[in-house]
Design a protein around this ligand. Sequence first.
Ligand code: ADQ
Length: 789
Amino acid sequence: MASIGSLPFTIETKSESSVIIHSANHRRTRLPFFAYRLRKPLVSAGNTGLSFGYGKAAGEDYAILSLSFGRLIGGCSGGQQKRITPPKATSKGFVESGDDGNEADDVLQATIEKSKKVLAMQKDLLQQIAERRKLVSSIKSSIINPEDDEVSYEGRGKSSPKVDLASAGNNTGDNHYSSIPSSNFPPLAIDEVPESPHADFGSSFDEVKQESEKVSLLNSMSSDGDSTKQFKGTNSETVWSDGLPSFLSSASKSSSVGDEIQEISETEVLKEADDDANVPVIEDVKPPPPPLAGANVMNIILVAAECAPWSKTGGLGDVAGSLPKALARHGHRVMVVAPRYGNYAEPQDTGVRKMYKVDGQDVEVSYFQAYIDGVDFVFMDSHMFHHMEQNIYGGNRADILKRMVLFCKAAVEVPWHVPCGGVCYGDGNLAFIANDWHSALLPVYLKAYYRDNGLMTYTRSILVIHNIAHQGRGPADDFAYVDLPEPYLDLFKMYDPIGGEHFNIFAAGLKTADRVVTVSHGYAWELRTSVGGWGLHGIINENEWKLRGIVNGIDTKDWNPQFDVHLTSDGYTNYSLESLKTGKAQCKAALQKELGLPIREDVPVIGFIGRLDHQKGVDLIAEAIPWMMGQDVQLIMLGTGRPDLEQMLRQFESQHHDKIRGWVGFSVKTAHRITAGADILLMPSRFEPCGLNQLYAMSYGTVPVVHAVGGLRDTVQPFDPYNESGLGWTFDSAEANKLIHALGNCLWTYREFKQSWEGLQRRGMTQDLSWDNAAQNYEEVLVAAKYQW
Ligand SMILES: Nc1ncnc2c1ncn2[C@@H]1O[C@H](COP(=O)(O)OP(=O)(O)O[C@H]2O[C@H](CO)[C@@H](O)[C@H](O)[C@H]2O)[C@@H](O)[C@H]1O
């Protein structure tokens, strides 16, 4: 029993979110830390994190003990570090610090102001709790139903019905994800913030959990203590000679986000505080486990020019569609922002309209949103993106650049303008993940428009390099399009021995991002060399401290032979490790039949899937064709790209019609079927930052033969016949004879050493290639960025 002055009390910490105060009248009341009406400033006990004060709660006056909760509760004590002096008893039996009255009044006033702000934030945060609870309960249910493990963990089943990616016959794959019904996340106009769902702190376990979730949300937002201030503008110095950029000031049609943070009257705040204080004591309930991401829960917005299954030209689309789901499973609030190229089924119009300046013209942007597998998918609509689904990176240089300028200008402001589940993400405790040069302007805008002006102080940007070969290069004059003041030109300026001085978007992004990730360890190393860095190695080396390689994962729901929706018809079948032999044989026969090749189980089927360009080493396959055609093999190639290489595929097929199929086109369904039906996947890429097809292949029991470069070297350990280890065959330089040597050994093993072959297949299939490991590594990068100043 402690006592301050005349008021004896004991304080019992019940959970990370509340204390129980045993007061003089022996009544016990559970108090959430934030749920008291403050009457006097709290007095901090040195740097112990403990504060004493008194206030009103549950209709009674109490002495209060507060443990500081980062900035948030620290704010309640006014940040004051006061020496505790002997308290005095008052006529009301309250306890006062022995401080000077005036000073105390000032501090009281300041504290009340801060408390109001904090409580206003809490009101908004309460709205997020409902959403967070859904996520937690879905994670909980996946733990509770072990037999559903794989299915529910991946969000398969209830919320994510089957996907039929190929039926549209276009490169969007015509996604058929069904979204969570829109009633769960109704489209809201910007000022249509719904009623705050009052937390009803009842006596059930769930409600205690809710309370804990609330605190963890508060914790997660703790660095956002001043975010409302940031919304409302800045009084800090600006680098702009003539005020803020056009799109920050005049161009926005609708109300600023500051208006969204509605003023909450003192009465409301105090009422809510009192309501919250009526928390009954629940004695024997253990506090629930914290969110998986623990104290480091963040708001994360991945920004990409393509996102599977809605839009995809290659691996970037796959990553944008699947990494965010893994981050969400780790407990983060995650959004993807991508352009709306087509009329997608699931996302609903949010009603939000904004205007941005692009090349001097006002361009309207609107936003569509869908909540799928724990992720907010936000699609940015503008006439500039319409009808580009077949040609995402098409058009002339200026057109692409203007599209990406619009995309990045608008994407930075999405956390302010687009409510998801009724609540905007806000810019505190927020990290953007930009991808490749197309969104490399985002870190630049974040810096130039906001952070250099004292805005978005707690927002970080990470830039992921999927392919350094495409950099957004152009003549120096292109700088005019990006709408930045002259001093920022230096970020973009590059000198090239061939092109001379030029403008380079990737360079600017790499310099301004807080962290840089690339998609394998091998590629992280290669990027620092003059060959692998494609002219940007100097900048990469200068920024080496912020570069990290993280190998991509795969979406184990979409790319899983057991559940693959493309293997359920036309003679194909789903299969697993247990049914590998028969299932794969059936898929092989179905593939041969579908493509009109001789149906033979004994002939090795070699597959190739990829963009037809220099990177993928298709020309090496061309050089090896005469040798291959001397073997008893079948070769199936799927790809689009350079017209000359497309022509080459057609020519192979017509010259060797009994052995080769060259499918020119983009077909997700066919890619899945080749992956399942082929025995061997060929990837002779000249460089390969990560490569996803070899990962897909291995998980389908298809053995990869790859050029040991970048991510291919990281992920395909060479077969060792003596130890019966390894996953495939590798060759160490991009030359046709090396490819032939590796493929020759592979074919020999296929024919002569059936057991070794099966071992290779099984080892490939039993790897954990899911995104979960990678997501954990991304988390480390995000946290490092968060605490980096
Ligand atoms: N004609 C076609 N029809 C249907 N599907 C097709 C197709 N051509 C390609 N695909 C699909 O597109 C994806 C290609 O992904 P990759 O990772 O192999 O290469 P990409 O070079 O595009 O990606 C870049 O980004 C990714 C992601 O980081 C890195 O893995 C990679 O090394 C880097 O070059 C796969 O899903 C593949 O099935």
